[in-house]
Ligand binder design. Sequence first.
Ligand SMILES: Nc1ncnc2c1ncn2[C@@H]1O[C@H](COP(=O)(O)OP(=O)(O)OP(=O)(O)O)[C@@H](O)[C@H]1O
Length: 547
Amino acid sequence: MMLLKELLHDARWRILLAILSSALSAATSIGLIGYINRSLEHGLDDIGRGLLLFGGLLILLFISGVTSQWLLVQIGHRLVYQLRLRLVGKVLGTALERIERLGSPRIYNALTKDVTTVATAFKQLPISLYNGLLLLAGLAYMAWLSMAFFFLTLGVIALGVGLDVLLGRKVKILMQAVRQQDDQLTEQFEAAIQGRCELGLSRERRHLLYERKLEPIARASLDASVRADTLWAVNLNWTTLLVFVLIGTLFFLGQGLGLLSQQVVVGYVLAIMFLRTPISMILDAIPAVIRGHVALQAIDALALGETVQFKTPAQAAQPFGELRLSNVHYRYPGQSDEFAFELGPIDLSIRRGELIFIVGGNGSGKSTLAKLLTGLYVPTSGQVSLNGVVLDTGTSEWHREHFAAIFADFYLFADVLGEAGNHEGLEARVDHYLDRLGLAHKVEFAAGRLSTTALSQGQRKRLALLLLMMEGREVFLLDEWAADQDPVFRHVFYNELLPELKAAGKTVIAITHDDRYFDVADRVYRLDYGHLVDYDRATENPFQLAK
Ligand SMILES: Nc1ncnc2c1ncn2[C@@H]1O[C@H](COP(=O)(O)OP(=O)(O)OP(=O)(O)O)[C@@H](O)[C@H]1O
């Protein structure tokens, strides 16, 4: 909700102007009805003056209506634009642990579905505001016609609103369920797309996904949606019924019992018939507004961080000197049971220009350690410091500025960025590395972009290495980079590229299992279920550790 409040605050002047022009438009509409009613009752004394007044009111109605709608439409679309940008900004500014915990389906749904739902709701708000003002003007006119009957009208309205509130609550609960089911559905959609090879091979797995996972969630979502819309349809018909109850009472009191004058009856009937449209438009808008509210709650529940800042950190990245870990422990958030993985205690110091290898079995904590070293995770206890500056939420961006990494689940961007954050003057170096990495025949570099990223896994990793070389960071972290390379290229990597990086003053931390090349490293460490120990190249074999 904070996000919406901020955005509404930014648009407060536009909103005020829109309310004023909507009020003018609504007052003019009611003025026109009053004028017609008065003319029916008293006749027209002066046709010229009457036409002028009627024409003037029509022009005012047109101008104020168009102005209010123009302003309100702008507010609605701007809100979508700002909401999208702020939300992506917040995702970019949120700690990696939180993003990993939320999972991609929830974030995708917030960025795509929730933003659109909030937008749809917000686009209803201006229309409802306009219709609400019309309704108020109509009620004021009714009160002026007959105060006694106006109180009766208020009683009928209270009956209508009472059911609205009651059903609105029920509808909201159903819509919250539908929203949760949306996340579960997106999870299954993701499985259907990402698991296409496995699903293509296994009829049983397709059956499981379609019949036992997807279909029950889709059906529950269908049932809840139908129930919500049916409840609201009942409400709409109840309102129509109340409108006719009001008109019937009016005729009974006026024509039957003679308690109301002809002018009051005709005025009321005209006003009620006129107000039927704004009333039904408001009621039509309510489900969309409830959905918008549910979507905003879903966005809030993500508990994203602050919007990312694109300006350079106050402290500029300085030459890398030393990375030090002192008594570092790390536990994944929310993991507290006895089976939870814990990294640490870890004490380690890595100095400029060193080539460090880390080995260890599956699940021993190598990737977790890599994220701690690069500042993507903040330790649960103990200290990580770079050039003596302790890593915390305030310094983590500055810390990260020193690193470039290729993780096991890396994403390959097609845009190439140099040290200055653009692609100017990179052509010769990119072409040189495309050639060295054996990709010159497959990939071209033009206008700052690689011509393709649709390559084999080993080739994609080579392109990732090229991007990393261009960024000019001081410390490289490579998580099992060579695992997907052929023997020839593995040799080039360990015997040519790594020594070249070291000679250029770069610091390289490589997670690897390639014991044939361990002699290239200055130091080799072994991770043993979260504990870091020195690895003895003379006596140990990394593959025994994986047992
Ligand atoms: N996002 C996460 N949330 C909770 N636990 C996690 C998460 N990621 C990893 N773990 C746990 O942390 C432990 C270490 O995982 P990590 O990925 O660091 O191991 P690794 O040594 O890199 O393994 P591998 O060689 O298989 O890549 C594992 O037991 C894993 O279950």
